[in-house]
Design a protein around this ligand. Structure first.
Ligand code: FCB
Length: 495
């Protein structure tokens, strides 16, 4: 079977775990290989008593810690044709036969557009202190440019006001992958002008909500757009074009920087930063070759996005690997990196999985995976990535804007949903975050992915990531065991 065929058969994250280096460098031979350590070893990582624990053994977080949950527009809102919303690339993609599991689309999703008031009450009942959501660009500008759609802005105004009324801090992402289809038709993120359009859109949103949103996130996981959207094509816009992929990376970064500048230009007080999914990369063995392959892997997975934003330069090893004739290298204009590295107020980290790289540049699994086969469950990776970014790029305030686990949740006859595995997962990751804080990481908040079960992109509705179960036929919401548990964590401000 060819490498390409194997890749097509893989799910999104398996790819994400092998991806960047593979397509560019030929480093990666087989996308996913076998297990190199036993599952039993997992348990070892948090057995030691935490010296920071209360006498009763509890782990307390700093006062005012921002316990939260996250969602994104296309994944929960539905109402795809209402109030002037235009099509996004995800409408097109999900309506294309064969692109998503069971042909699922976000047409209805969790119907949050209509049920947002009820969902706000759920958040209040959970005791959330922060809620991270995204704004749908095609609700604000149906075709990606021009006068903003007041009905779209009004929806987010109602949402934001509802959060404030319930004492929950809004955190708004400007772009969580739902690019207006009209802009895609004009070249999408391959077209530099899309970054300019994004700045205009951001400016319209800042004008309408800048007085009510304390924290803004620019682009959600640019790397996922690059890898899943342009290398493997199992996300919108469904391309398999490595040359285009890294030009897209540059334009997404440019869009980020332009949005930061746009916020500053409004004089609004809100803080702003990027939302990056970071993968700690580890050599799979002790050879010098594995160390070198891991270093380059880390360049594609992490430094490509971190160095540009925080150091004003793309990493040399990645640039050399891409080559002087690459579209990224040719696409960078004078001044771009100054824009991209416009000072930000915080870094949003999304952590799901580590990556282990062999001497040959293959990736291997070391820990048990979740229902999302790309996800290895390794809480220590959270500690490692938080301390690493603080050491290499900080210190700067950090928020975790995503971390979570899909579980095979079912609604029992007695009306409960017992997601014990999610409770264990979150407990271990919260403990790792706590250790990072103790060791000097300025972590201010933590958003579980996700508040609600939702449309998990190419996986459709089959993977359930929510604290709250959504019974899609009735749209009834049921708090899972993890939601009850999380409410207690928040009440105690710790474990
Ligand atoms: C992240 C995405 C989010 C969700 C989770 C599971 O990569 O940002 O929308 O799909 O993965």
């Amino acid at each position: 079977m060819s490498l390409l065929t194997r890749r097509r058969l893989l799910h999104r994250a398996a790819l994400s775990a092998t991806a960047a280096g593979a397509a560019r460098t030929g480093l990666v031979g087989a996308p996913v290989a076998g297990t190199v350590a036993s599952a039993a070893a997992v348990a070892g990582c948090d057995d030691e008593p935490d010296p920071d624990a209360d006498p009763d053994g509890a782990l307390r977080f700093p006062p005012g810690f921002g316990w939260g949950a996250a969602t994104s527009a296309y994944q929960i809102e539905g109402a795809a044709k209402e109030d002037g919303r235009g099509d996004s690339v995800w409408d097109t993609f999900s309506h294309t036969p064969g692109r998503t599991r069971n042909g699922d689309t976000g047409d209805v999703a969790a119907d949050h557009y209509h049920r947002y008031a009820q969902d706000l009450d759920l958040m209040r009942d959970l005791g959330l202190r922060s809620y991270r959501f995204s704004i749908s660009w095609p609700r604000i500008q149906a075709d990606g440019s021009g006068r903003p759609n007041q009905r779209g802005l009004d929806f987010y105004r109602r949402l934001v006001d509802g959060l404030h009324e319930r004492g929950i801090a809004p955190m708004a992402t400007l772009f969580h992958w739902d690019l207006p289809q009209a802009l895609q038709d004009a070249g999408g993120w391959e077209n530099r002008d899309t970054a300019e359009r994004f700045a205009d859109y951001a400016d319209a949103v800042f004008g309408a909500l800048g007085d009510r949103v304390p924290v803004w996130l620019t682009v959600n996981e640019p790397k996922t757009v690059v890898q899943n959207g342009y290398l493997w094509g199992h996300h919108a816009p469904g391309r398999q074009d490595p040359a285009a992929a890294y030009l897209v990376a540059h334009h997404l970064q440019l869009a980020h920087g332009l949005a930061v500048r746009a916020l500053r230009a409004t004089g609004a007080e809100g803080r702003i930063g990027p939302a990056l999914n970071l993968h700690p990369c580890y050599p799979a063995d002790e050879t010098a070759e594995a160390a070198a392959a891991t270093r380059l892997y880390d360049g594609y997975e992490n430094r490509l996005y971190l160095d540009s934003i925080f150091k004003g330069a793309y990493p040399q090893d990645v640039l050399a690997d891409l080559g002087a004739e690459s579209r990224l290298v040719r696409g960078v204009r004078d001044g771009d990196l100054k824009i991209i590295s416009s000072p930000v107020d915080l870094l949003a980290v999304q952590y799901y999985t580590p990556i282990y790289v062999t001497a040959q540049g293959d990736t291997v699994r070391r820990w048990p995976t979740s229902e999302a086969e790309w996800q290895q469950i390794y809480p220590e990776g959270m500690y490692d990535i938080l301390t690493r970014v603080t050491r290499d790029y900080g210190p700067l305030p950090i928020t975790i804007t995503e971390n979570g686990l899909p579980c095979p949740d079912t609604l029992a006859a007695d009306g409960t949903v017992d997601d014990a595995a999610r409770v264990d997962f979150l407990r271990d990751h919260f403990a790792a975050a706590h250790r990072a804080i103790r060791d000097g990481v300025p972590l201010e908040s933590y958003h579980v992915w996700s508040l609600l079960d939702n449309f998990e992109w190419a996986e459709g509705y089959e993977q359930r990531w929510g604290l709250v179960y959504v019974d899609y036929p009735t749209q009834r919401r049921v708090l899972k065991r993890s939601a009850h548990w999380y409410r207690d964590v928040i009440r105690r401000n710790g474990l």
